[in-house]
Design a protein around this ligand. Sequence first.
Ligand SMILES: [Zn+2]
Length: 340
Amino acid sequence: MNFTSRLASRLLSILTLVFFLVLSACSSSEKDKQQSETIIPASESLPVITVPVFNEDTAYAFVKAQCDFGPRVPGTTAHKNCADYLVDILKRYTPSVMVQEGKVSTYDGVNLDLKNIIAAFNPESKNRILLFAHWDTRPWADHGSERKSEPNLGADDGASGVAVLLEIARQFSLQSPSVGVDIIFFDVEDWGKSGGGAESEDSYCLGTQYWTKNLHVPGYLANYGILLDMVGGRNSKFRLEGNSKQFAPHILDKVWKTGVNLGYSSYFLFQDGGWITDDHVYVNRINIPSIDIIGSDAGSVTGFPAHWHTHEDNMDVIDKGTLKAVGQTVLHVVYSEQGI
Ligand SMILES: [Zn+2]
């Protein structure tokens, strides 16, 4: 992903629209001991929902398993082996798994075979949510200070989002949500031109751009989408990204308020996060309002955490608490949705 040249300037006041209806009755420590959690609705007319407890240990293991293949740079053996691994894991949790294959050309003239990995839960449902992440890793460490031409491991930038969604998929297999959910791991997100500006924007997210032009289900639609990108870093902060605010303010509000209500206010900040060109931009263009939960650092030059696109993006920066905060929040959002 890449910051765009535009700066977010909208006021936070537009994000006070949606009344949050569910309240957690438990403390975080209590929740950790439970298999699932009952949410008492504020209105008696709403059904009581039970939300599974996200297992951060499992999610952490999924991050490590991906990193153990090495950098998942498109065209490499590690990339191919990791694709096979991800498909195998998803098939444990749903029979509806497919791999969309296609050909794309990068901004620097490399032709690649891509694999978008897609899993459906309750595939017959018309009432759907799309959860997505990118599973490839960047071929370089160009924002680091050493070995810039070598690929970085992408523990946070790549593996973390996929890992959280794999754990969510595991939870879906244990307790089916009321709505349909599609999980897509997009390929070739991070082989983009560094430096920002309009000329670099469409050089990222090639797997998502391919999918939006070649939908795996003709006419595919979801009610909304949530992108997870860099969701495992220690002390991560998630801010209100500009495209998310513009195209899906109601979803952004719902997710952030859910996180805060669950006790994760140190992660989900109601602060402007700048404009980021990421996979959700292209999903928004096909009229699926989508947000980006993405680690940020307001104090850094890039706006991203210090390990972004460096060799420091390895298992040392991954924190189970961050994986838990994001995973539990997304699970609550999904299980709060009612009806097929
Ligand atoms: Zn990246």
